[in-house]
Design a protein around this ligand. Structure first.
Ligand code: NG1
Length: 530
């Protein structure tokens, strides 16, 4: 690649002084005004990655998800719609931290040489963004990098993160025997809705009100609704103002609801009606309702995981498929009651470090891996062999046939590339309709242990080192012993401290038999920690 083309284009995006960037759990994420040089260089990385993968399509998503409106971020999507392979995150970090245009070119050339990337392979990249005010300028920085390298690129405009993951997978599997779908938004809506309408045939389940966090999920849910068969469910879309940038994730959205464990203030909640909240890029969803006493009840990622796992296991059994290995993957933030409930269902459950790439990886070990973070980010994966068995299984009765048809449709309804709030919304609606459950009946599967999540500002989060899927601290020395001593004073209690992968803070989680105890334990651990 011509040195002049890269350095000249890079000169328009100088690295801000005094900043150190790191490709973390969610790619790069920070105040948007610090990002242009980072996004430009991520464009270079995407081109390299595509050429390294012999011209596979790589995705670049510009979003800061649930973060405030002034933030933005950027992350890469690998060919099958997965997160960027971990070993490449360091290359993103070194490009982003190159002090000047010359060193950007040197690192670019070194990566090309180290990976034996052939100069004649054409790179292919697709990209999208959320609805933030800063997104168009960052898209331009990305496009300038792609153009400087003569990349074959297509922009999808404002899309949800999972929609871009879907498109990437479709493009890379087109024409193969595992083609994923048509690589357009229309194709996405058509695929999800066809499966949903089939699963809901002859069923009607009232309505659900969806808070879209004033983010990209709003317009995209509006686009999906016309595809949903009339009389199945009524979807009411709220908090869908993407014009007033300051409203994004403000007093609404999945993160607000999960963290504060309360309704978005704009909700006029009716007893026992279903409500759901998406986050700013629609890759997370949580449900909730209020009871007749106006008490708020959260149905978070753990509740969605247990609902999905039990439903799929029942369908597999009812289809007459045996020796089918379904497992659930959680993180340390999963409520202890949910873990015990999964064990009671007789299903294997494992805990991984935070961040969906870890959960996704662990879920691949099963015929069907159900993974959700408690905050509502998750999906269900079926292995290629499981899909083949479902496809070729011969049912022995009309009941088996009916269960098998539903199971097949579920594999189409679920976005298997990444957690997808729109796909998860339809999945939950289908399951509740099949079970004829109200949100209260769903909630009654198990009772969450009261819990509290806090964050603490620290001088350097990197001094906190964890083990056991982040449930224990090994450094700073003595810290874990002090946490253990505090925990032992409470009933049914658990607490852990881990450094955030997306903010310069450590997070403190505590759960205990009562709300008062959970709050007190979290406060004491936080104080101990500072
Ligand atoms: P960090 O900042 O590492 O805690 C947060 C979420 C993760 C994940 C990432 C990426 C919590 C406690 N943490 O990570 O689950 O979703 O953001 O968005 O919710």
């Amino acid at each position: 690649m011509s040195k002049d083309a890269i350095t000249a284009a890079s000169a328009a995006y100088p690295k801000p002084g005094g900043q150190t960037f790191q490709y973390g759990t969610a790619g790069f994420r920070m105040k948007a005004d610090l990002l242009p040089s980072v996004v430009f260089r991520v464009g270079l990385l995407a081109a390299l990655r595509s050429r390294y993968r012999n011209g596979d399509v790589i995705g670049v998503m510009i979003t800061a998800s649930h973060n405030p409106p002034a933030d933005n971020g950027v992350k890469l999507i690998d060919p099958l719609g997965e997160m960027l392979e971990s070993s490449w995150e360091a290359h993103g970090t070194s490009l982003a931290n190159a002090p000047d245009d010359e060193s950007v070119f040197e690192i670019y050339t070194k990566l090309e040489n180290d990976f034996g990337i052939k100069p004649d392979v054409k790179a292919r990249v697709v990209y999208g963004c959320d609805t933030r005010e800063s997104s168009p300028a960052l898209v331009k920085a990305l496009k300038d990098a792609l153009d400087a390298l003569n990349v074959d690129s297509t922009g999808f405009g404002a899309v949800t993160t999972p929609q871009l993951h879907y498109v990437v997978r479709c493009l890379n599997t087109a024409g193969t025997d595992h083609a994923y779908g048509e690589p357009t938004l229309k194709g996405y809506y058509a695929k999800l809705s066809a499966a949903f309408n089939q699963l809901m045939a002859g069923r009607s389940n009232g309505g659900v009100t969806v808070d879209c966090a004033n983010g990209v999920g709003g317009p995209k849910l509006h686009e999906l609704v016309p595809y949903i068969a009339k009389g199945t469910i009524d979807i009411t879309v709220t908090n869908d103002d993407t014009e007033t940038f300051s409203k994004l994730n403000s007093q609404c959205g999945a993160d607000y609801v999960k963290t504060n464990q309360r309704l978005p203030p704009s909700t006029n909640a009716q007893p026992l009606a279903r409500y759901a909240s998406l986050d700013g890029d629609a890759d997370r969803i949580v449900y909730y309702y209020v009871d007749h006493g106006s008490v708020f009840h959260l149905l978070d990622g753990d509740k969605i995981a247990t609902l999905a796992a039990s439903f799929i296991v029942d369908l597999v059994r009812a289809s007459g498929i045996d020796n089918f290995n379904l497992g659930v993957v959680q993180t340390a933030y999963a409520n202890g009651s949910s873990t015990r409930y999964i064990e009671k269902l007789g299903l294997p459950v494992v805990c991984t470090p935070t961040g969906v790439k870890h959960l996704h990886h662990a879920a691949l070990a099963y015929d069907c891996g159900v993974y959700f973070e408690a905050n509502g980010h998750g999906t269900v994966l079926f292995s290629p062999e499981a899909l083949r068995r479902i496809d070729t299984h011969t049912p022995n009765s009309p009941a088996e046939q009916s269960a098998l048809t539903s199971l097949k449709a579920l594999t189409e309804l679920i976005n298997q590339t990444v957690g997808d709030a729109l796909s998860d919304l339809l999945l939950v609606e289908v399951i509740l309709a099949h079970k004829a459950w109200s949100p209260a009946q769903w909630d009654a599967c198990y009772t969450d242990l009261p819990n509290r999540l806090e964050k603490a500002e620290v001088r350097d989060r990197n001094v906190y080192k964890t083990t056991d899927a982040e449930r224990r601290l090994v450094e700073p020395e003595g810290c874990q012993d002090r946490i253990d001593a505090l925990v032992s004073k409470y009933h049914n209690a658990r607490s852990f401290v881990r450094p955030s992968g997306t903010e310069n803070v450590v997070r403190v989680y505590a759960e205990a038999a009562t709300k008062g105890e959970a709050d007190e334990l979290a406060a004491k651990v936080k104080a101990e920690d500072n």
